[in-house]
Design a protein around this ligand. Sequence first.
Ligand SMILES: NC(=O)c1ccc[n+]([C@@H]2O[C@H](COP(=O)([O-])OP(=O)(O)OC[C@H]3O[C@@H](n4cnc5c(N)ncnc54)[C@H](O)[C@@H]3O)[C@@H](O)[C@H]2O)c1
Ligand SMILES: [Zn+2]
Ligand SMILES: [Zn+2]
Length: 396
Amino acid sequence: MKAVTWQGKRNISVENVPDPTIQEPTDAIVRITSTAICGSDLHLYEVLGPYMHKGDILGHEPMGIVEEVGSGITNLKVGDRVVIPFNISCGYCFMCTRGLQSQCETTQVHSKGSGASLFGFSELYGSVPGGQAEFLRVPFADYGAVKVGAELPDERYLYLSDILPTAWQGVQYADVPKDGVLTVYGLGPVGQFAARIGRHLGHRVIAVEPVPERREMAKRHGIETLDFTKDTAEELRSMTDGRGPDAIVDAVGMEAHGSPVGAFAQNAVGVLPDKMAQKIMETGGSDRMSVLHSAVDAVRRGGTISLSGVYGGMASPMPLMTMFDKQIQFRMGQCNVRSWTDELLPIVEDPSDPLGVMDLMTHEVSIDEAPEAYKHFQKKTDGTIKVVLKPQGVTL
Ligand SMILES: NC(=O)c1ccc[n+]([C@@H]2O[C@H](COP(=O)([O-])OP(=O)(O)OC[C@H]3O[C@@H](n4cnc5c(N)ncnc54)[C@H](O)[C@@H]3O)[C@@H](O)[C@H]2O)c1
Ligand SMILES: [Zn+2]
Ligand SMILES: [Zn+2]
């Protein structure tokens, strides 16, 4: 089959690889009809390269049709249409039964001290072959495949694999009070949804994003927007009675613009051999911190900061004095996708499309065009906001 593979920093290619097969009775094989590129793939493309191996199959936002099931599968049958959450979770362990599927104890990556295994996500998360491919092996498929209806287009359902529950969890964790103001940093796909969810739940939302077309998209959904500058925190205070927003979602993460120290560290790490680079990331500070520091400055006293954006350095500097003095609450983590999908399913199927899932994708391309699409998504050129790859061909 064809698959999108990692070959080196900013170097991916589409290769012919063996088709996946059933390895455990609880596996299913899914024929992928749509599979998106995520901001997290950009971290693998760039900063997390030391944890990738040549030939690793990327992708963790897939959906498709069940092609084959293992002998232990009871919930699925061949021909079912399914969305695959990016966490691989068993559904029955201590963590899964408490809604913490991203910490699943059955699939945790003990060798790296990491949480649940993830599709297509480097050695840090189990080096599991990903979903930017014609077929995907899905472990624990009875739990890890979300059955969806047969009628609506893939775009309605696809984002349940990751970014919609991620944004939902981000806003839940932000704990915005009634009549409160939510600020979202970053209007990539995750931030677009976090901002729209804030509006859907009745909050005023101010989003911060340097890329003009991403701000334009957000404005279509009733969101106030700002460019990111060194004065962002001050501007946010001036828009919120001098106090700052009640809650902030950081939907940017470790590659924020405007962070010269972190950018230097990331570039320096990028030229080292993998083992040395891993050591530095596991002991040093290699995140770009401009957004997180701006959020600490901007949030009102007693407010909450919720991190959806991924951070990776072990000793990235944080202004603890301000965090303590302002009494800031923090929540963060990979999304527990299966905790939210049942609640989100009727929302994405609602004919009025309350979260605008049909207004996110900017590019739908064949799998062969993935290398070009990654470039545009990373550089934010060609108006790219969300790319969906079609491994079975583009139908339009
Ligand atoms: N927690 C999870 O489970 C989870 C799931 C999916 C994605 N993520 C993470 O969420 C983040 C966003 O993902 P995405 O798919 O939306 O990717 P993306 O890269 O398209 O989005 C990041 C956005 O942040 C903007 N940005 C950069 N610097 C900024 C700054 N200084 N101020 C404001 N905005 C700035 C970029 O222009 C871009 O629009 C990534 O870190 C990704 O890894 C986390
Ligand atoms: Zn993702
Ligand atoms: Zn589990």
